[in-house]
Design a protein around this ligand. Sequence first.
Ligand code: PRP
Ligand code: MN
Ligand code: MG
Length: 180
Amino acid sequence: MIRDEIQEILISEEQIQEKCKELGKQITEEYDGKFPLVIGVLKGAMPFMGDLTKRIDTHIEMDFMDVSSYGAGMVSSGEVKILKDLDTSVEGRDVLILEDIIDSGLTLSYLVKLFHYRKAKSVKIVTLLDKPDGRKVDLVPDMTGFTVPDAFVVGYGLDYAERYRNLPYIGVLKPEIYEG
Ligand code: PRP
Ligand code: MN
Ligand code: MG
């Protein structure tokens, strides 16, 4: 069982679902009648995109973007490579970027700049998790689900070597898993 590889459940399935309801309500109020373009950042944002958008009670358009940081590892240049671009134009649109976690902030600061450059009307960020201790650039999300400590968190979209994304909760990985 995967549960045996998890040291501690940090945020339960129930807490996540409750938070999706709250954020969904907030997004509904803020974007009612605006037909925002909600952009999920693959792959991590996938479960959150599914659960949160179900709680938005106004019309939205959904699109996805897949990006990867150059030089993944200790030193990141802050440059981001587009693996899959949007199907839709953001010009004149109210854009809401949806993420699973903000760590260094590099991925999102790149995307925010890109969408402004492409003439979006507004660009906002909703993230399930924020890890402020990891920040390398100034970036403050507009809506945050939970703030997490600088621990190895997995689940609900967050992976370690592409595993654990399918957990319904956010957990801390046992050190022996990534220490080999
Ligand atoms: C992870 C996470 C965020 C990003 C956050 O994605 O899902 O998108 O890193 O890190 P940052 O704030 O330091 O940029 P990753 O690039 O690992 O791709 P994935 O979503 O496919 O796992
Ligand atoms: Mn991601
Ligand atoms: Mg990843």
